[in-house]
Design a protein around this ligand. Structure first.
Ligand SMILES: NC(=O)C1=CN([C@@H]2O[C@H](COP(=O)(O)OP(=O)(O)OC[C@H]3O[C@@H](n4cnc5c(N)ncnc54)[C@H](OP(=O)(O)O)[C@@H]3O)[C@@H](O)[C@H]2O)C=CC1
Ligand SMILES: Nc1nc(=O)c2c([nH]1)NC[C@@H]1CN(c3ccc(C(=O)N[C@@H](CCC(=O)O)C(=O)O)cc3)C=[N+]21
Length: 285
């Protein structure tokens, strides 16, 4: 039986801290405020948005939705972002991606003011993750993995960590953050050979490949720590991860469940970044 690395206590601890910091800012007349920019009505955008609204409301972060129709042009989205950038009462911005076909992700990302990039999508934020200088913000999901490992006291220094998936949203920044903890990190991609054997060598296995149930018992060494970042909906309409939980759980030493794991912590990291951004902005005034 593996230890369950549930998100709930991590979220509770982060909520408490975020709420206290919000109250301190409110006493100075500042309401940390997040702009949520969405193009169209994609289902997983809406699911994430719902979680963000609930979590923000709970700790005292205001949310300003900017919703554009699915057929909006790139110029219209750039205009919305310019409005977000110019508005001094907005401290952070969450832009749902992937963007509709026909919009250039790079152009759009570059349009967001780096100091409002609480989701870590601009090159400036990612450079900060790379250099460890603390400028910008790390992508929330990558940081959520770290928050869980930290909360449960999972040792990383000198440990072998295998990260499966190298997207800029999760895998690559997670590898950088793990490296910063002096773990020995192996970063895998779709061309990686002998993935199961490689996975079994890890002390900590982080899975962010976007393939439902891809990781099974053949990839797990008894006692391993498994962090499952994947979020999918199965045939029964239930949330599940990239890891086949029923197979992995009896082998693993500790494992994050889906639902109730990394995904729940992601929103708390986002909220923390908004509070950080509001605090930084207030210190500049
Ligand atoms: N918990 C949360 O809050 C969040 C969860 N997610 C979930 O995390 C998962 C990953 O998301 P994201 O990073 O955006 O996904 P992407 O599709 O952008 O990236 C997937 C990565 O996995 C790699 N990969 C795919 N197949 C294999 C394979 N057979 N062996 C090794 N590597 C492979 C790809 O390699 P290559 O580069 O070679 O193509 C790629 O680097 C998804 O399930 C998503 O829903 C995402 C964001 C937030
Ligand atoms: N710029 C950007 N950043 C994202 O992080 C991003 C995005 N765009 N576009 C959409 C996808 C999808 N995504 C989800 C995250 C959590 C849940 C989710 O269901 N969360 C539950 C918990 C899930 C669980 O229990 O594991 C919750 O917050 O309560 C769903 C979807 C983020 N995304």
């Amino acid at each position: 039986m593996a230890q369950l690395l549930k998100g709930a206590p991590v979220v509770a601890a982060m909520n408490e801290k975020n709420a206290a910091r919000c109250a301190a800012l409110a006493a100075r007349g500042i309401t940390p405020t997040l702009a949520v920019v969405r193009v169209g009505q994609r289902e997983d955008d809406l699911a994430y948005e719902k979680g963000v609204l609930a979590r923000c409301g709970k700790v005292g972060v205001a949310v300003r939705p900017f919703v554009l129709p699915a057929e909006a042009t790139q110029a219209q989205l750039l205009e919305a972002l310019a409005g977000v950038n110019a508005d001094r009462t907005i401290h952070g911005c969450l832009l749902f991606r992937p963007l509709p076909a026909g919009m250039d992700d790079r152009t759009i990302r570059a349009a967001l003011a780096p100091e409002k990039d609480v989701d870590g999508i601009t090159d400036g934020s990612l450079a900060g993750v790379f250099t460890g200088t603390g400028e910008g913000f790390a992508p929330c999901t990558a940081q959520a993995c770290m928050e869980i490992l930290d909360y449960y006291g999972i040792p990383l220094e000198g440990k072998r960590v295998v990260v499966v998936g190298r997207s800029l949203v999760v895998g690559k920044p997670a590898a950088m953050l793990l490296d910063r903890k002096n773990a020995t990190v192996t970063l895998c991609n779709s061309r990686t050979q002998n993935l199961p054997a490689l996975c079994r060598e890890a002390d900590v296995l982080v899975v962010a490949m976007g393939k439902r149930g891809f990781i099974g018992a053949d990839c797990i060494r008894p006692g391993q720590v498994v962090v499952d970042v994947g979020i999918h909906v199965n045939e029964e309409g239930k949330l599940c991860g990239d890891v086949r939980f029923a197979e992995a759980e009896p082998l693993a030493g500790a494992i994050t469940p889906v639902p109730g794991g990394v995904g729940t912590v992601t929103t708390s990291v986002l909220v923390e970044h908004v509070v950080d951004a509001a605090q930084r902005a207030s210190e500049k005034e």
